[in-house]
Ligand binder design. Structure first.
Ligand code: HEM
Ligand SMILES: *[C@@H]1O[C@H](CO)[C@@H](O)[C@H](O)[C@H]1NC(C)=O
Ligand SMILES: *[C@@H]1O[C@H](CO)[C@@H](O)[C@H](O)[C@H]1NC(C)=O
Length: 505
C-alpha cells in the first residue's frame, strides 16, 4: 500500500514537474532569444515572494536585450509571454497593428456571471461589445460635461483645504499621509461629480463610501490563490473565472446607485435642479436603452474603478515630486497665481497652463500608475527582431509592454531619475514621445484611456488648490529614492508618501 501511494505520489510530482517545464522550449523552437526560465516562477523570480516589484526584474531583462532585439521570449511561471523591448514595436502593438493585439489580457480572467462590474468595464470588453460600450461612455466624458461639474470640483477643493488646515492644526510628526488625503479627494469628487451625492470624505465621519472604496482595492487571499492557479494554467480560465470586486462591495454600490437615481428623479420632479453632469447623461442613456440599475451601475463603476486609485496615486506622487523640488514648485506656483481669478483657475485656462501640464507628465513618467500593459495577440503576425530571425506571434500569446523601462531609459530621457518638467516644455515633446512609443501615460491608439480629460482636470484642480494655498515639503518618514512597493500593481512609492504641508499667508 505504502509503495503504491509512494509510486502514485512520485508520478504526480513527476507529471507536475513535466508540465511546469514542458513549454520552456517554446521560444527556443521559434528562435526568439530570452533569458533562461526557472521552474515555477519562469522569469519572474518574485512572482510569489513579492520581495521586489516585478518591474525591476523586467527592467534587468530589458537592459540586457534592448540593443540587439525588438522582442524577447520570457515565461510567467510556465506560460510563454513576449516582452516588447523596443518602443517602436510598442507603438505598433497599440496603434499601427491594433487589429492583431486588440484585447487586454485581463479580459479572459472573468465573465459577467462571476464579476458583473469588471466584465462590463470597457477595459475588459472586446469586439462589438467594446465598441458599443466605448460609444456609450465617451459622450459622458466630453469637456462640456466635465466643465458642468467644475463648480463641484472647486467646492471639493475648498473642503479639502479646510480639512487640511485642521490636520495641520492637529499636527503629527509623520506629517500628512498623501494617499489618505488624495483618496478622500477622489472619493468625494467621484461621488459628487458622478452620482450627485456626498461621501462626506472631509468630515469627521465619512459615509461608508470611503470604506468600500478601500475594500475595492484589497483583494481577498482566496482571490490570490485562484489568480496564481489561472496564471500558471491559463487553460483553466475557461473553467475558473475570477471575482475582482467582493460581493459586499458590489452590493453596496448597487444600493448607492439606486439612491442616486431616486434622489435625482426627485430633484428633477421639483423642477428647480439641473446639472448636465455624468448622472444626467447616464440616466438619459438608461432610458434610451432600457437599462436597469445594475447595468447603470456597471457604466458608473467605470469612474470608480478606473478613476479612484489611479488619480489619487498620480496626485500623491506629483505632490512628492513638487515637495522634493522647491524650484519647480515655486515656478509652478508663479504660473498658477498669475492666472487665478476669484480663488480658482477658469476651466478653459486649466488645460492651458504649459508648466502645470509638463509637471504632471513628468511626474507620471517617474511614477506611472501602470508600469506595464499586457495585451493579447488576437491575430497571428510575423515580426522582425533586429539581430535575430523573424518569428510569428501566435494567437493567444500575451505581450508585455514594459512602459516603465522605456520611461527610465537614459537613451530617451537623459538623467532619468531627475524630476525635470522641462523635458515636456517643447510643444512637440509629448507628440514625439508618444509616437516613438517611449511615453504613453494614458495608452495610445483605439483603446486609449477614456477618462483622460476627467482625470487630468481632477489632478490639475487639486494641485492648483494645494500649491496656491500651501507650501509642500516632504516629511523625513518618506524614503529618498523612488523604490516601488513590491506587492502593488498600481505603482506606489514603498512606505508611502508623507508630506509636511504649511499654509501660506
Ligand atoms: C491619471 C489617471 C489615469 C491614468 C494614468 C489612466 C491610464 C490609462 C491607461 C494607460 C489605459 C490603457 C490604455 C490602452 O490600453 O491603450 C487606460 C484605459 C482606460 N481608462 Fe484610464 N487612466 C486614468 C484615469 C481614468 C479615469 C478617471 C477614467 C474614467 C472616468 C478612466 C477610464 C478608462 C477606461 C474606460 C479605459 C479602457 C479603455 C478601453 O479599453 O477602451 N481612466 N487608462
Ligand atoms: C505548450 O506546449 C505545447 C506542446 O509543446 C504546445 O502545443 C502549446 O501550444 C504550448 N502552449 C503554450 C501556451 O505555449
Ligand atoms: C502631457 O501628456 C498628455 C497625454 O499624453 C498630452 O496630451 C499633453 O500634450 C502632454 N503635455 C505636455 C506639456 O507634454
Amino acid at each position: 500500500m505504502i509503495l503504491i501511494t509512494l509510486a502514485l505520489g512520485l508520478t504526480v510530482a513527476g507529471l507536475l514537474y513535466l508540465s511546469m517545464i514542458w513549454n520552456f522550449s517554446y521560444w527556443r523552437n521559434r528562435r526568439v532569444p530570452g533569458p533562461k526560465p526557472k521552474i515555477f516562477t519562469g522569469n519572474y523570480p518574485n512572482l510569489y515572494t513579492m520581495k521586489r516589484n516585478m518591474i525591476y526584474d523586467l527592467n534587468d531583462i530589458y537592459k540586457e536585450y534592448k540593443n540587439k532585439y525588438d522582442a524577447v521570449g520570457i515565461f510567467s511561471g510556465r506560460v510563454p509571454q513576449l516582452l516588447v523591448v523596443s518602443p517602436e514595436l510598442a507603438h505598433h502593438v497599440f496603434v499601427t497593428n491594433f487589429k492583431n493585439f486588440h484585447e487586454n489580457a485581463l479580459s479572459r480572467l472573468t465573465d459577467e456571471k462571476t464579476d458583473f462590474l469588471i466584465s462590463n468595464n470597457p477595459f475588459s470588453l472586446n469586439d462589438d461589445k467594446w465598441k458599443q460600450r466605448r460609444a456609450d461612455i465617451s459622450p459622458g466624458l466630453t469637456s462640456v460635461r466635465i466643465k458642468s461639474v467644475y463648480p463641484v470640483t472647486n467646492k471639493v477643493c475648498q473642503q479639502m483645504s479646510e480639512w487640511l488646515k485642521n490636520q495641520i492644526r492637529l499636527g503629527s510628526p509623520e506629517g500628512i499621509n498623501a494617499k489618505d488625503l488624495t483618496l478622500r479627494f477622489t472619493s468625494e469628487m467621484v461621488t459628487d461629480c458622478v452620482l450627485g451625492l456626498s461621501s462626506e470624505s472631509f468630515s469627521e465621519k465619512p459615509t461608508p463610501v470611503m470604506a468600500h472604496v478601500k475594500d475595492l482595492l484589497n483583494p481577498h487571499w482566496s482571490f490570490m490563490v485562484l489568480f496564481a492557479l489561472v496564471n500558471t494554467f491559463p487553460s483553466l480560465s475557461h473553467l475558473i473565472k475570477l471575482r475582482f470586486i467582493p460581493r459586499h462591495v458590489e452590493e453596496f454600490f448597487t444600493g448607492l446607485m439606486g439612491t442616486a437615481v431616486r434622489s435625482r428623479k426627485a430633484q428633477l420632479a421639483t423642477g428647480d435642479f439641473h446639472r448636465a453632469d455624468f448622472l444626467d447623461y447616464l440616466m438619459q442613456l438608461g432610458e434610451k436603452r432600457n437599462l436597469d440599475t445594475r447595468h447603470l451601475l456597471a457604466h458608473t463603476m467605470v469612474f470608480l474603478l478606473d478613476g479612484l486609485e489611479t488619480v489619487a496615486g498620480v496626485i500623491s506622487h506629483m505632490l512628492l515630486s513638487l515637495g522634493r523640488n522647491e524650484v519647480v514648485q515655486e515656478r509652478l506656483r508663479e504660473e498658477i497665481l498669475a492666472h487665478m481669478k476669484d480663488g480658482h483657475i477658469p476651466f478653459e485656462k486649466l488645460n492651458d497652463l504649459p508648466y502645470l501640464d509638463a509637471c504632471l507628465n513628468e511626474s507620471i513618467r517617474l511614477f506611472p500608475p501602470g508600469f506595464m500593459t499586457s495585451k493579447l495577440c488576437t491575430e497571428p503576425i510575423e515580426l522582425p527582431n533586429k539581430d535575430g530571425p523573424k518569428f510569428t506571434v501566435e494567437k493567444g500569446t500575451v505581450l508585455v509592454i514594459p512602459h516603465y523601462c522605456h520611461m527610465m531609459d537614459e537613451e530617451y530621457f537623459p538623467d532619468p531619475f531627475a524630476y525635470n518638467p522641462d523635458r515636456f516644455m517643447d510643444p512637440d515633446a509629448a507628440k514625439k514621445f508618444r509616437e516613438s512609443g517611449v511615453f504613453m501615460a494614458f495608452g495610445d491608439g483605439p483603446r486609449m484611456c477614456l477618462g483622460m480629460r476627467f482625470a487630468t482636470a481632477q489632478v490639475k484642480a487639486c494641485i492648483v488648490e494645494l500649491i496656491s494655498k500651501f507650501n509642500v515639503k516632504v516629511n523625513s518618514k518618506t524614503r529618498k529614492d523612488n523604490l516601488f512597493d513590491p506587492a502593488l500593481i498600481v505603482a506606489h512609492l514603498s512606505g508611502g508618501v508623507w508630506l509636511d504641508i504649511e499654509a501660506r499667508q
